[in-house]
Design a protein around this ligand. Structure first.
Ligand SMILES: *[C@@H]1O[C@H](CO)[C@@H](O)[C@H](O)[C@H]1NC(C)=O
Ligand SMILES: *[C@@H]1O[C@H](CO)[C@@H](O)[C@H](O)[C@H]1NC(C)=O
Ligand SMILES: *[C@@H]1O[C@H](CO)[C@@H](O)[C@H](O)[C@H]1NC(C)=O
Ligand SMILES: *[C@@H]1O[C@H](CO)[C@@H](O)[C@H](O)[C@H]1NC(C)=O
Ligand SMILES: *[C@@H]1O[C@H](CO)[C@@H](O)[C@H](O)[C@H]1NC(C)=O
Ligand SMILES: CC(=O)N[C@H]1CO[C@H](CO)[C@@H](O)[C@@H]1O
Length: 490
């Protein structure tokens, strides 16, 4: 931005002298642009803007009568002349606004120096399609951004010839249909590809793996089908991948673990199966892991503890089972953890309360049990961002409830534990393998749990410890100390 402003300013100064020289030397014409290019620009703008007098008002849009939506640069020619390099149209440049019949003029082909075309919220009422020769026209284009144009529809043309210099292709929040053309793999200079919020169907082409310069890939909020291509693992400098809210299915390819620079990984709201491949432990830079609403139907993967830069883990509605391992306590940068709407069992590890940056913890709607043993200052800090309701076996000590103004800042919506010792639940002890050593389907336990839950729900304070608690306590004893003994973790 600063550079182009600078060029523009210098341009003015230089042309202050050069324009007159031009008009003296060349047949009385005082043009500082090639006529064909200037007319092309007017034709393009005429198709877009609600101002039939635009050309009269800005006869020299690069110099004497500029308009904020246009940027020009001085070419190499001698004597130097201006070329249009950037056209930007959007709500930030509101005068004149787009006309209701706005369209993309074929005269874009007369702007061979155009490097950046961005059009936001312009094609709103009358339908506009991307024609194949429109793409063919841009031999210099580097940034093509046509976002938030609800009337931009039809398919993405399969012919991407002559856009080989393109670095940024953003066609987000339009109404595009059809497949992502496999020809997209020819745009090898592409650094950012955003096709999110459209109606794209079909599979993600394997050729996308050719886009080795890609740092941002956003295909979210479409109707994409089939598997996640393993070729995505070839995008070695990818920092953000968002394939959320599509209809992708099958396994998550292990090749994705090769994305060493990845910061954001979002595959939420698809039909992907578990487990998360253990190769994902290679995502050293990962900060955001978002996989909500996929039928993973596995346990929480223990490799997560190797991803030391994680800030946010979101695994809501993934059919997770087993217990909540203590691994999260080694993720010191974690600010948000969402494990709600799963089938997690056992207790809530109190170590979660020692995470210094954790600011959002949602464990609601699981099968968690026992006393919620989180430090008071943690409970206070999170306030309503601590959500544990919908776990019928979970209770809280009355100490927590007695804190001043408790209901003002928090609403745990779980009952107070009935016995003074606090309730016991199955805590999670991880072995060296991936399996928790706490058996979940112990018949005695599940019977006990059933009674337990009733016990909470009845409002009768039962001062007699029910006989099953001894059985239960022994089981917990085994579960806690046996693995510790075996693996020497104490
Ligand atoms: C592509 O560019 C070449 C040279 O730059 C030109 O000759 C050709 O006509 C262009 N093709 C299209 C489809 O615009
Ligand atoms: C792309 O367009 C050019 C020019 O219109 C044409 O010659 C070529 O066959 C097209 N290629 C594909 C793959 O459609
Ligand atoms: C929990 O497990 C049951 C039985 O397998 C299943 O029907 C239910 O959908 C699961 N709930 C969630 C939230 O995953
Ligand atoms: C917590 O999870 C529940 C169940 O998935 C959801 O309805 C709720 O909006 C979440 N709350 C917060 C604060 O994240
Ligand atoms: C709350 O705790 C006190 C002791 O700290 C105990 O005497 C009392 O019975 C408990 N109340 C309930 C409802 O558990
Ligand atoms: C909202 C509110 O008043 N919060 C207070 C509740 O009490 C704790 C300590 O008891 C204060 O730190 C909060 O500011």
């Amino acid at each position: 931005m600063a550079t182009s402003m600078y060029i523009y300013f210098v341009g003015l100064l230089v042309l202050g002298g050069e324009v007159t020289a031009l008009s003296r030397n060349s047949d009385g014409s005082d043009m500082n642009m090639e006529m064909n290019e200037l007319l092309g620009l007017f034709e393009v703008l005429e198709e877009l803007l609600d101002d039939p007098d635009f050309a009269q008002a800005h006869p020299q849009p690069c110099t004497n009568t500029p308009w904020p939506g246009i940027q020009c640069e001085i070419g190499e020619e001698d004597p130097p002349i201006f070329h249009v390099t950037k056209i930007h149209i959007g709500p930030d440049i509101s005068s004149p606004p787009c006309k209701s019949s706005a369209s993309l003029s074929k005269s874009l082909q007369k702007l061979p120096y155009l490097k950046s075309l961005s059009i936001f919220s312009c094609f709103v009422t009358s339908r506009v399609v991307l024609s194949a020769n429109l793409f063919g026209a841009f031999s210099s284009i580097e940034h093509l951004v046509l976002d938030s144009n609800p009337a931009l529809s039809g398919e993405i043309p399969s012919n991407f010839t002559n856009v080989s210099r393109i670095k940024v292709l953003s066609l987000s929040q339009n109404n595009l249909q059809g497949n992502i053309p496999s020809g997209i793999g020819r745009l090898v200079g592409l650094e950012q590809l955003d096709l999110s919020y459209n109606n794209l169907r079909g599979e993600i082409p394997e050729t996308i793996g050719n886009l080795k310069s890609l740092t941002i890939l956003d295909l979210s909020q479409n109707g994409l089908q089939g598997n996640v291509p393993g070729s995505l693992g070839q995008l070695q400098i990818l920092q953000k991948i968002d394939l959320g809210s599509n209809k992708l299915l099958g396994a998550i390819p292990s090749e994705l673990g090769d994305l060493k620079r990845l910061v954001l990984f979002d595959l939420s709201y698809n039909f992907l199966n578990g487990p998360l491949p253990v190769t994902l432990s290679g995502l050293e830079q990962l900060q955001y892991l978002i996989v909500d609403d996929n039928p993973l139907n596995t346990e929480i993967p223990l490799f997560l503890k190797t991803l030391k830069n994680l800030k946010s883990i979101s695994l809501s509605g993934c059919g997770l089972k087993g217990c909540i391992p203590s691994l999260f306590s080694s993720l010191k940068t974690l600010t948000a953890l969402s494990l709600d709407n799963n089938n997690l069992t056992g207790t809530v590890p109190s170590s979660l309360g020692s995470l210094p940056n954790l600011d959002h913890l949602n464990l609601s709607h699981n099968l968690l049990s026992g006393e919620l043993l989180l430090p008071d200052d943690f409970v206070q800090r999170l306030g309503k961002r601590l959500v544990v309701k919908g776990n019928s076996g979970l209770c809280t000590s009355n100490k927590t409830h007695k804190m001043d103004n408790f209901s003002e800042y928090s609403d745990l919506e779980i009952p107070t534990c009935l016995n003074t010792e606090g309730e016991q639940g199955t805590s999670c002890v991880e072995g060296k393998g991936t399996k928790s050593l706490c058996p979940e389907k112990n018949p005695d336990e599940s019977k006990g749990m059933g009674i337990h839950q009733q016990w909470y729900h009845n409002n009768i304070v039962n001062s007699i410890v029910p006989p099953f608690i001894f059985q239960y306590a022994f089981f917990i004893y085994l579960c806690l100390f046996l693995p510790a003994f075996l693996f020497g973790t104490l």
